[in-house]
Ligand binder design. Structure first.
Ligand SMILES: *Cc1c(COP(=O)(O)O)cnc(C)c1O
Length: 421
């Protein structure tokens, strides 16, 4: 088809033939975005799950400004800088106590690639090479070739399938069928000598906002530990308060061997990621033998401005007020979703922490469900940024959202069900 698209920009996850208009945003402030014409839009999905305290939080903006004038980039091999040092110390203070080292990169996908390389490097360096990765059905870990390999296979990656490496997928722990997941993990651990199990703790995001309880996470970790399989927690989305605690693993008392953080790490202001690991993994690479070096870097590893932004974000988390705010957003979300639980137009009405999700009752479901783009257009007309995953509508607001904002969002969700079913 010859393109009628009138811009040189190729947007992500966008079918330009079907979506010819991009909304041009000029300014962001708290939970709101303002377009060119001054129209105010409520950012109900935190600009793709990254904005935590709100757009342009003054503390983060000022940290960025100060750092930009001081040192804005420096090679990170053989060199270090104060924002990275301070950030790493704070990260270890907040993260599960098993994690002792911080490796910086620049996106969620790269933080997962780093995690996989750390896991394989560990087994390689201790002389027991292992390479099999166990994953959970419906998972999402990124869009690079390695992270697609450990993520759900489907329409998103069928063209690249020949390049994806083979993994062992265990079923998602459906309510009352959790044992099937445990059994599958156990079988994989026993028979396949896997290097690691990677999982999104408590909620699978892009796979459809699928939630499972803390005790399941804990049991999965217990099995991995029993078989000496590394446990990788991909907290790229769940981190920074989304599930009601700073990190999702906290709720299950799970101490991962490796954890990936990105998205809200800078409060949603700049790209940055961190992969944290335990000392065994670091020590397996620590050697006078240079072949045991961890051979990974990206040009902007630990960019000082991004680190300063993240440090300002972590400083906010030191303040009890943010945690109180989190609890009140969770409560407001619960109040808002409550009335939908008995609403026959929706299924699987659910919430974890500050995230709610519900599936609209339609004939064709799934990510490419015809209703998806229609919903998005409907919400856009209502001045809402919502981006349903097919017929799954979810609300993941920045923590400065008000009850009035949420009311506007949920009234529109209800109206959308009337208009589109
Ligand atoms: C978004 C996401 C990623 C990928 O992060 P990018 O910054 O988009 O590369 C990885 N894992 C999870 C769980 C995510 O939600």
């Amino acid at each position: 088809m010859t393109s009628q698209w009138n811009s040189p920009i190729w947007h992500p996850f966008t079918q330009h033939a079907l979506q010819p208009n991009m909304t041009k945003i000029r300014r962001g402030d708290g939970a709101y975005l303002y377009d060119e014409d001054g129209r105010r839009i409520i950012d109900a999905i935190s600009s793709w799950w990254v904005v935590t305290h709100g757009h342009c939080h003054p503390n983060i903006v000022s940290a960025i400004q100060k750092q930009a004038e001081q040192l804005n980039q420096i090679i990170f091999a053989g060199y270090t800088h104060e924002p990275a040092e301070q950030l790493a110390r704070l990260l270890l203070k907040f993260a599960p106590r098993t994690l002792h080292y911080v490796f910086f990169s620049d996106s969620g996908s790269t933080s997962v690639e780093v995690a996989l390389k750390m896991a394989l490097g560990y087994w390689h360096n201790i002389g027991e090479p292992r390479s099999r990765i166990v994953v959970m059905q419906h998972s999402y870990h990124g869009d690079t070739v390695g992270t697609m390999s450990v993520g759900a296979r489907g329409v998103f990656n069928s063209a690249y399938e020949p390049l994806l490496f083979d993994v062992t997928a265990v079923p998602f722990p459906e309510h009352d069928h959790e044992q099937a997941t445990f059994d599958a993990i156990e079988v994989a651990c026993r028979n396949e000598n896997p290097a690691a199990f990677i999982v999104e703790p408590l909620i699978l995001g892009a796979g459809g906002m699928l939630m499972y309880p803390a005790w399941v996470l804990k049991e999965m970790k217990r099995i991995c530990e029993a078989y000496n399989v590394l446990f990788i927690a991909d907290e790229v989305m769940t981190g920074w308060g989304r599930t009601g605690t700073l990190f999702a693993c906290e709720q299950a008392d799970v101490l991962p061997d490796i954890a990936c953080y990105s998205k809200g790490l800078t409060g949603g202001s700049l790209p940055l990621a961190a992969t944290l690991c335990n000392s065994d993994i670091f020590d397996a690479h620590y050697s006078s033998d240079r072949t045991r070096t961890f051979f990974h870097s990206s040009s902007y590893t630990a960019n000082p401005i991004a680190c300063a932004a993240a440090k300002a974000n972590l400083d906010l988390w030191q303040d009890h007020a943010v945690r109180k705010r989190l609890a009140s957003v969770a409560q407001m979300q619960e109040n808002a979703i409550e009335t939908f639980r008995a609403d026959t137009r929706f299924r699987n009405v659910r919430r974890i922490g500050t995230i709610t999700a519900l599936d609209m009752e339609v004939a064709d479901s799934g990510y490419l469900a015809g209703v998806g783009p229609k919903l998005q257009a409907f919400f856009s007309d209502r001045n809402l940024l919502l981006r349903p995953l097919g017929n799954t509508i979810y609300v993941m607001p920045p923590y400065c959202v008000t009850a009035a904002d949420l009311n506007e969002i949920y009234v529109s969700i209800s109206d959308a069900a009337d208009a589109l079913t």
